[in-house]
Design a protein around this ligand. Structure first.
Ligand code: FDA
Length: 511
């Protein structure tokens, strides 16, 4: 303890010394500061990592500019203190704000400028901006421009783009990372690099390989995509007595192959209480069509009549309103809600899978009883269709390898509000049982997973600086398949002594 207090004092002294006149003290928070706890909690999205026993940072720095990031990295290296970079704080395993060793959080909250070039349909967006802020300002400029990224408005672009990032425009335009044109990054040597100066290897790595292994991403230049002035959304809910299983089975053949203007995801949920015997489960087909319902209805009638979509199910709206619809806001909610960075939080555990062969109907039947389970009181399984643009991009174009041949991705989520380790254990156990049940029906060798749905169950690095590439390949090949090797190569060139590390960072070749 004495050593870590000493380290942190030295680190702070170093920062003050090196910051000259740029008043870094105003953006430094230590546990003795009255705002420390507020700043720390401001973007924690999973209370599983906000308990009294969760390790806390010794210092939080919220830089106002590039030089303060450079100073933080310099002093952290000098005093051997680990840095965790946080943008939106949505990491599923809390890696941006929790570490088992003494650490500093570099929180990008103050770096959230968004600069839109309407003539060229490009945007420079800083890492600390949220998707909600980005969408809001795009819509402020044009009703017919959008960006293919996630559906939750409080996600930070720093982590999201660097891990891939997908949303309802995925089948039409691919991932957020597929639409990145340039980036500004500060590397371990404190150099400020853009695409040209970092080179194509590093630029490749940070578009799906996770930023945390390679440096601090300050901002991204992205390409906006055209969207129609009116899109159509619908949600059709089917219970077991309404053939939910058969329709879900059929969905696997339809959704990845249908017109790429149509995105139909499915949410499997339970409602009611097991205890009171009124629990029921259902599949909600939740969709956006990039066009009017006059075209959507015949398309659905031809390709997916089993769903029984009717005109009354459909709502036409602008693309930005569809963002609110998918984020679960009520009709008529003002767009300003997208600028709100607060999110109701509870504890959760999530996992992901990729489906490459249709899951047999009998296997789908086996999911329902699991949603009836007491331990799954608040759980959701979300199936996202791939195909369309996703199948056209090669597996090695970015580190994100889940492309042609993927029917869709499954995300499993379980939430709880009870406190304590017993509750956590109970719900995580349920999740692991469900994951084991799904094993025969999803991708294997490797069993693929999505980096942005971080899951430490699939493997983690050894504590400390020296992690073997072989050990890391256990989880690395699940997220990246063969691209893992190139990520190791890039890491070895840009961060050979493994300064930027966490439980699932890319290791360099041994040093
Ligand atoms: P956070 O700040 O926690 O960072 C995540 C990781 O990136 C950490 O390892 C962090 O160190 C690193 N990092 C962050 N900023 C960095 C920077 N500037 N430079 C270098 N490294 C940096 N995903 C999706 O694809 N589609 C979706 O619709 C959703 N929806 C969704 C809803 C909710 C409620 C949650 C909690 C999460 C999602 N996600 C998602 C997952 C989300 O994309 C994923 O958690 C992102 O990594 C979050 O990025 P943040 O910047 O918010 O996280």
């Amino acid at each position: 303890l004495a050593t870590s207090a000493h380290t942190h004092e030295n680190f702070l002294q170093c920062l003050t010394l090196h910051s000259g006149n740029d008043s870094i003290s105003k953006v430094i928070y230590t546990p003795s500061n009255s705002s420390y706890s507020f700043v720390l909690k401001s973007s924690i999205r999973n209370t599983r990592f906000s308990t009294p026993s969760t390790p806390k940072p010794q210092v939080i720095v919220t830089p106002l500019g590039v030089s303060q990031i450079q100073e933080t990295l310099y002093c952290a290296q000098k005093h051997r203190i680990q840095v965790r970079v946080r943008s939106g704080g949505h990491d599923y395993e809390g890696l941006s704000f929790v570490s088992p060793v003494p650490f500093v959080i570099l929180d990008m909250i103050n770096l959230r400028n968004i600069s839109i070039d309407v003539e060229n349909n490009t945007v420079w967006v800083q890492s600390g901006a949220t998707l909600g802020e980005l969408y809001y300002w795009i819509a402020d400029k044009s009703r017919t421009l959008g960006f293919p990224a996630g559906v939750c408005q409080t996600i930070g672009v720093g982590g999201h783009f660097s891990g891939g990032g997908y949303g309802t425009l995925l089948r039409k335009y691919g991932l957020a990372a597929d639409n990145v044109l340039d980036a500004h990054l500060i590397d371990v040597k404190g150099r400020f690099l853009d695409r040209k100066s970092m080179g194509e290897d590093l630029f490749w790595a940070i578009r799906g390989g996770g930023g945390a292994s390679f440096g601090v991403i300050v901002s991204w230049k992205i390409k906006l995509v055209p969207v129609p002035a009116n899109v159509t959304v619908f949600t059709v809910r089917k219970g077991l007595e309404q053939n939910a299983t058969k329709i879900l089975h059929r969905w696997q053949y339809v959704a990845p192959n249908i017109d790429r203007d149509l995105f139909i995801r499915v949410l499997l949920t339970g409602s009611g209480s097991v205890q009171y015997g009124n629990r029921s489960v259902h599949a909600s087909f939740n969709s956006i069509y990039l066009g009017g319902k006059d075209k959507l209805l015949p398309l659905m009638q031809k390709s997916f009549p089993e769903l029984g979509l009717v005109s009354e199910d459909c709502k036409e709206m602008s693309w930005i309103q569809s963002i609110l619809y998918f984020a679960g806001f009520q009709n008529g909610q003002s767009l300003e809600v997208l600028l709100n960075r607060t999110l109701t939080v509870n504890s959760y555990k999530a996992k992901s899978d990729y489906v490459r062969q249709p899951i047999p109907e009998a296997a789908l039947e086996g999911i329902w009883p699991r949603l009836f389970d007491k331990e799954a009181q608040s759980s959701v399984i979300i199936l996202n269709p791939y195909g369309g643009r996703m199948s056209e991009i090669s597996e090695s174009a970015t580190p994100f390898p889940h492309r042609a041949g993927v029917i869709g991705k499954i995300q499993y989520l379980v939430y709880w509000s009870e406190e304590g380790t017993a509750a956590t254990k109970k719900h995580v156990r349920w999740m692991r049982r469900l994951y084991a049940y799904m094993a025969p029906y999803v991708s294997n060798s490797p069993r693929e997973a999505y980096l942005n749905y971080r899951d430490l169950d699939i493997g983690k690095n050894k504590k400390g600086r020296r992690t073997s590439v072989r050990q890391a390949s256990v989880w690395g090949t699940k997220y990246f398949k063969n691209n893992f090797k190139r990520l190791v190569f890039v890491k070895t060139v840009f961060d050979p002594t493994n300064f930027f590390r966490n439980e699932q960072s890319i290791p360099p070749l041994s040093f």
